[in-house]
Write a protein that binds this ligand. Structure first.
Ligand SMILES: Nc1ncnc2c1ncn2[C@@H]1O[C@H](COP(=O)(O)OP(=O)(O)O)[C@@H](O)[C@H]1O
Ligand SMILES: [Mg+2]
Length: 366
């Protein structure tokens, strides 16, 4: 899905790489690189939720942090469609950016490359993409009140006065199902689910068009997970926001994602419409992750595929297909050659040498 050709595409990530240098010794010599994200490409449509799934250590958070430009990626493009109706502030900044960035091709039509923006220019665009974090206990500053936490982005990006700020924060708190009376309390007065709501209110403050949700419910009690997921879905329906929804297993994203990308050791190994991916997976890694998802048909006998060992170290990935040491179907070629990305016309793609030979087991989903 090319962002220049398809107007429904909001974000297109192309060949994104984030390699962290490993330094050793007195002179901090670079002795290698952790290839946390190693050539990732995907797109997110307006109002869509794309699930990004993979075991811990696959590079999901790093990819998310590149997209919000908490990191400057080593390589690749992060193409983002600009809003048609820009505010006056934004328009001025955009003119400024265009005047001295055009030679870098940071903008092309109404598409801007986030990966190439420098810190100064990023400020104007940062509001468009926000992030919600995995751990609502460590992501909120314990010494700031809810009012301070939620209004911080407004203070940085707008000229709102104190009374206006309070009204705005009260609105945001109501929107996420919290009582505005609580705005002078500190995070420790709230439960995990409520803290995550505070994080969501903060992310919403500047009307972003994309939110990277990094395992937003993984740290919460099962009983409140559904409430937070429902809140995110309601907000999406109301505000038309797009989500990149990160999770470590496929059961969480099943009901929220239109499409799902499966990541393994810094690379996307499969991407498809949710239904297709759950019913007829094409990559053995997806099949293994799916075997842990409860089926809606309890009569169906399914085998639980146990993935032995951990995700390998991304500073020294296995040869060929990085999944081969853990793959039950692996052959000689898998150890030697990197599998090509093969995509069918319906947009179901996978990187596996055996994609046309295997018939893998999925789950029944409505
Ligand atoms: N700042 C960093 N410096 C060096 N290595 C990192 C850094 N951040 C993450 N990594 C490594 O990159 C890999 C991917 O990490 P991460 O993106 O957190 O994965 P996930 O979110 O899928 O669990 C891991 O091996 C992790 O140790
Ligand atoms: Mg993570």
């Amino acid at each position: 899905m090319n962002i220049h050709e398809n107007h429904h595409v909001l974000l297109e990530v192309r060949n994104l790489k984030m390699h962290f240098p490993i330094r050793r010794g007195l002179f901090k010599k670079v002795v290698g690189h952790v290839r946390a994200v190693d050539g990732v490409s995907f797109s997110v449509k307006k109002g869509e939720t794309l699930g990004l799934v993979g075991e811990s250590g696959c590079g999901k958070t790093t990819a998310g942090r590149c997209i919000v430009r908490a990191y400057s990626p080593t390589e690749g493009e992060i193409l983002f469609r600009e809003e048609e109706s820009l505010t006056e502030d934004m328009r001025k900044l955009k003119v400024h950016i265009n005047s001295h960035r055009r030679k870098d091709n940071a903008t092309q039509g109404d598409v801007i490359d986030f990966a190439r923006l420098q810190q100064d220019d990023l400020r104007a665009y940062r509001r468009e993409i926000q992030m919600i974090f995995q751990d609502p206990y460590s992501s909120l500053n314990p010494r700031m009140t809810v009012l301070d936490i939620v209004s911080e982005p407004l203070v940085i990006h707008t000229q709102k006065k104190s009374a206006e700020l309070k009204d705005h924060v009260a609105d945001l708190l109501r929107k996420v199902g919290l009582r505005p009376e609580y705005m002078n309390r500190y995070p420790n007065a709230f439960s995990g689910g409520q803290r995550q709501r505070i994080g969501i209110a903060r992310a919403l403050a500047l009307h972003p068009r994309l939110i990277v949700c990094d395992e937003p419910v993984s740290a919460l009690d099962v009983s409140v997970q559904a409430q937070v997921v429902n809140l995110l879905q309601d907000l999406q329906a109301e505000l038309g926001i797009s989500y990149l929804f990160i999770a470590h297993d496929l059961s969480v994203v099943q009901h929220v994602s239109q499409r799902v990308a499966v990541m393994y050791l810094g690379k996307i190994v499969e991407l498809a419409e949710s239904k297709a991916l759950y019913r007829v997976p094409k990559h053995p890694y997806t099949e293994a992750l799916l075997s842990a998802v409860p089926s809606t048909n309890p009569d169906l006998k399914r085998e639980r595929i146990v993935l032995t060992g951990d995700v390998p170290n991304p500073s020294n990935p296995p040869s060929g297909c990085a999944f081969h040491p853990r793959c039950r179907y692996a052959r000689e070629i898998c150890k030697k050659e990197t599998p090509p990305w093969v995509e069918t016309l319906d947009g179901h793609g996978a990187a596996c040498h055996l994609v046309n030979e295997l018939s893998l087991t999925g789950v029944n989903v409505e």
